[in-house]
Ligand binder design. Structure first.
Ligand code: CP
Length: 652
C-alpha cells in the first residue's frame, strides 16, 4: 500500500514544497508559541536506519518530539530482526502497526520504495543507497531560499562526488524544477550518472551543455534553465590545492559569472566498490583561499555534512559558510514536512499528478532485470515487483526501460507477444505495436534471444524444425563430458561446476551427478548472465555470480557450463566475472552444443556435439527440467525473415 509519503523529491509538487517552507518559517522549535506544538500528540514515528546518521535521524526525532509526538526506534538495525534475515517488506509491514509514520534509511537503491509498497502508513526516505535523499534537498532549498530569496535564476555550483551522492541527485532535480542554473564540477571518475542526466532532460528539459573555458558567462546569462557540465570535469576541480593550473582553468571558465552558492560534497567512499574510486589528491576541496577570491564575495558555501577534508574548518568562521545553519534548519523543515504529510493523509490528498508514463511489468518468469547491482530488485527479490517505465528513444537505441525503484536505465532488444508466444527484435517501426501490446497486457520484453527462447517463445516467421540431438544423445554427451572432466582433473582438485543460468545450470547439475556416480565430489553453482548492454555504454552483457551465498573461487578447478556456444560473448563475460571474483586454479569450458562462428576467441574444452550453423538459424536445447511434458532434445530451425514492419500481422 502506498500512502502519501516521501520517497523521491518528485512526490511533492512545487506548490507543496513552497507550502512546507511556509510552515517551516512559522515553526519555532521548542518554544511555547510554536504553532504545531501538539499537532502530533498521540502519534508515533518509527525511525529505521540501516546506515549511520547524525543529522537526518536526530533532526527527524527532534522534530517529532517538538510536535508533541513520540518516537520508537532501533538503535542499530543490526540488532533488529534484519540480522536474522527478515525481509524489508516484512519489517515495513510489521512496524506499520506500531507507528503512524516510518522514516527509513537504507544502503540499497530503491529499498525505501520497496518498503513503501508494503507499509500501511506513510514512509519517508531518509536516504536510499546512491539514489535519493529528498528531505536533505528540502533543507538545502529552504536554506538557499532563506539566504538568497527567490530560487529562480540563481546559479549554484555543485562540486565533488556526483556519482554516489544521493543528496546531489535529489537536489539537481529540485533545482531544475525551481529554475536554478546548475554547474556540475564532478571529481574525476565521479561524474553525474547518465540516468540522472537523462531524467533532468526528460522531465525538466535541462540539457547538459559542455562549457569550454570562457564561454560559461554567455551560456548562463542567455537562459534561465540551463544545466551545465564541463567537458572534462576533472579539469575544473577548482580547489585542488596541488594544481594551480586547474584552478586557472576554472577561473577562466567562470569569468564574470555570479555564483550564488557553492555546494560541496564528501567523497562517498563507502559506496565506491568499483574500480574507479577516484584519486584523493584530485578531489575538489575548498579552503580559506576561496574566501579571498573577490568574485565569490557573495557566494555562500553549503554542504550536507558530514564533511571529511573537502571543506576546511577555516570557512566556518566566515559568514558565507552556512552549512551548520543548513543542518539546523533540519528541525523546522522536518517538523513542517511531518505536519504536511499528516494533514495530507487526513485530507486524503492525492500524489501530485505525474506525466502519463508507460509502465511495464514482466508477464513472464524471466524478463529484463535492472542492471544496477545495488538496486533492491537485485538484492531482495521477494520484497519487490520489478517494474519499468518504457522510454522510447531515438534511432538505433533499442527500447529503454527505467527501473521504478532506482531510476537506472537499461536497453532491451527483443519484444514478445505473450499470448502467441512469438518474439522479434525491436526497432523504431514497432513503437506503435509495443504501445498496443502494452495496453492489452500482452507485451513481454527480453534481454536476449536466449531469455525469450527459454520461455518457449518462438521467433516470428520460422522455417520447419529439425531434431539434431535426441534424448539419448543428450544423455550420452553429458556422460562423455563428465568422463573427460574426470580424466583431466587431479584427485586433489577442488572441483566447482558453474552453470550459466538457466539451462547451463541443469546441465551442470547433471554433470555433477555423473561425477558423483564415479565417486568424484564436485560442487554445482550458478552464474547469471543478463542484460544485453551495460547502461548507456553499449558494453557487452553483464554477469554476476549468484549472491545468496559467498562463492569461493580461489584455487579451485572451475568448469563453466552452458547449453549452446555461438559467438562466445556470454562465456567471455562469465569468464571475466569469475576472474574478478578470485583467482581459480583453472577454468575449463563445457558446452552441450557448439555452433561455431565465434566472435571472441573462446574455445570449449568439452563439447557434446558440433553443430555448425548460420546466423539465420536458431538452435534450441530442450531439457526435461524446463520443458513441460517433453524429453530432452536439441532442435534447429531457420529464421526466414526476422524483420517485421508495424503494419504486418505480428499477432498472427
Ligand atoms: N546530511 C545527512 O544526511 O547527514 P547524516 O548522514 O548525518 O544524516
Amino acid at each position: 500500500m502506498n500512502h502519501r509519503g516521501l520517497v523521491t523529491i518528485d512526490d511533492l509538487a512545487d506548490e507543496e514544497i513552497e507550502e512546507i517552507f511556509r510552515l517551516a518559517d512559522g515553526m519555532k522549535p521548542g518554544q511555547e508559541d510554536c504553532p504545531g506544538r501538539s499537532m502530533a500528540a498521540g502519534k508515533i514515528m518509527a525511525t529505521l536506519f540501516y546506515e549511520p546518521s547524525t543529522r537526518t535521524r536526530l533532526s527527524f526525532e527532534s522534530a517529532m518530539h517538538r510536535l508533541g509526538g513520540a518516537v520508537i526506534s532501533c538503535p542499530d538495525m543490526k540488532s533488529s530482526s534484519a540480522a536474522k534475515g527478515e525481509s524489508i517488506a516484512d519489517t515495513a509491514k510489521v512496524v506499520s502497526s506500531y507507528a503512524d509514520v516510518l522514516v527509513v534509511r537504507h544502503y540499497w537503491d530503491g529499498a525505501v520504495q520497496a518498503m513503501a509498497e508494503h507499509a500501511e502508513v506513510p514512509l519517508i526516505n531518509a536516504g536510499d543507497g546512491s539514489h535519493e535523499h529528498p528531505t536533505q534537498t528540502l533543507c538545502d532549498l529552504y536554506t538557499l531560499r532563506k539566504e538568497k530569496g527567490e530560487l529562480k535564476g540563481l546559479t549554484v555550483a555543485i562540486c565533488g562526488d556526483m556519482k554516489h551522492g544521493r543528496t546531489i541527485h535529489s537536489l539537481v532535480y529540485a533545482l531544475a524544477r525551481f529554475g536554478v542554473n546548475v554547474i556540475i564540477l564532478a571529481a574525476k571518475g565521479m561524474e553525474l550518472p547518465a540516468y540522472v542526466i537523462d531524467r533532468l532532460d526528460h522531465l525538466y528539459h535541462y540539457s547538459p551543455i559542455a562549457v569550454p573555458s570562457g564561454d560559461l558567462n554567455s551560456v548562463v546569462t542567455s537562459t534561465d534553465a540551463v544545466y551545465l557540465t564541463p567537458t572534462q570535469p576533472h579539469q575544473l576541480a577548482l580547489f585542488t590545492q596541488s594544481n594551480p593550473y586547474l584552478e586557472g582553468q576554472l577561473s577562466k571558465a567562470a569569468t564574470g559569472l555570479k555564483l550564488d552558492a557553492f555546494y560541496v560534497t564528501r567523497q562517498q567512499k563507502e559506496r565506491q566498490t568499483e574500480n574507479g574510486s577516484g584519486d584523493d589528491t584530485e578531489y575538489p576541496r575548498i579552503d580559506e583561499r576561496f574566501l579571498k577570491i573577490k568574485r565569490f564575495k557573495e557566494t555562500v558555501v553549503m554542504h550536507p555534512l558530514p564533511r571529511v577534508d573537502e571543506l576546511s574548518p577555516e570557512v566556518d568562521k566566515d559568514r558565507r559558510g552556512i552549512y551548520f545553519k543548513q543542518a539546523a534548519y533540519g528541525v523546522p523543515v522536518r517538523m513542517a514536512l511531518i505536519k504536511y504529510l499528516f494533514d495530507a493523509a487526513e485530507a486524503k490528498k492525492p500524489h501530485p499528478v505525474r506525466k502519463s508514463s508507460l509502465l511495464y511489468e514482466n508477464p513472464e518468469l524471466l524478463g529484463p532485470q535492472c542492471l544496477n547491482g545495488n538496486c533492491v530488485t537485485r538484492k531482495e527479490t521477494p520484497s519487490t515487483h520489478p517494474r519499468f517505465e518504457i522510454l522510447f528513444t531515438g534511432p538505433g537505441s533499442g527500447l529503454i526501460l527505467r527501473c521504478l525503484y532506482c531510476d537506472h536505465q537499461l536497453r532491451v532488444q527483443y519484444i514478445g507477444h505473450a499470448t502467441t508466444k512469438r518474439y522479434c527484435s525491436y526497432d523504431l517501426t514497432l513503437e506503435a505495436t509495443v504501445r498496443e501490446w502494452l495496453k492489452g497486457g500482452e507485451l513481454a520484453l527480453f534481454d536476449s534471444i536466449k531469455q525469450a527462447e527459454e520461455q518457449s517463445y518462438e521467433p516470428y516467421k520460422t522455417g520447419p524444425q529439425r531434431t539434431i540431438m535426441s534424448s539419448g544423445e543428450v544423455h550420452e554427451a553429458i556422460q562423455k563430458m563428465a568422463q573427460q572432466i574426470l580424466n583431466d582433473t587431479p584427485e586433489s582438485a577442488s572441483l566447482l561446476v558453474l552453470g550459466i543460468r538457466t539451462k547451463g545450470v541443469f546441465i551442470a547439475n547433471r554433470l555433477v551427478a555423473e561425477l558423483g556416480h564415479e565417486g568424484r565430489n564436485a560442487e554445482a553453482r550458478e552464474i547469471e548472465v543478463f542484460g544485453s548492454r551495460e547502461e548507456n555504454h553499449g558494453a557487452p552483457s553483464i554477469v554476476t555470480l549468484e549472491e545468496t551465498e559467498p562463492l569461493n573461487i580461489k584455487g579451485r578447478s572451475v568448469i563453466l557450463v552452458d547449453d549452446v556456444i555461438h559467438t562466445g560473448r556470454t562465456v567471455k563475460s562469465a569468464l571475466s566475472i569469475i576472474f574478478k571474483s578470485g583467482r581459480p586454479q583453472s577454468v575449463r569450458l563445457a558446452v552441450l552444443v557448439d555452433r561455431g562462428h565465434r566472435e571472441v576467441p573462446v574455445k570449449p574444452n568439452y563439447i557434446g556435439k558440433h553443430i555448425p550453423s548460420s546466423e539465420g538459424e536458431r538452435v534450441r536445447v530442450k531439457l526435461r527440467e524446463v520443458e513441460k511434458d517433453e524429453q530432452d532434445k536439441v532442435i534447429i530451425y531457420s529464421m526466414i525473415n526476422p524483420t517485421i514492419t508495424r503494419k504486418q500481422t505480428l499477432t498472427g
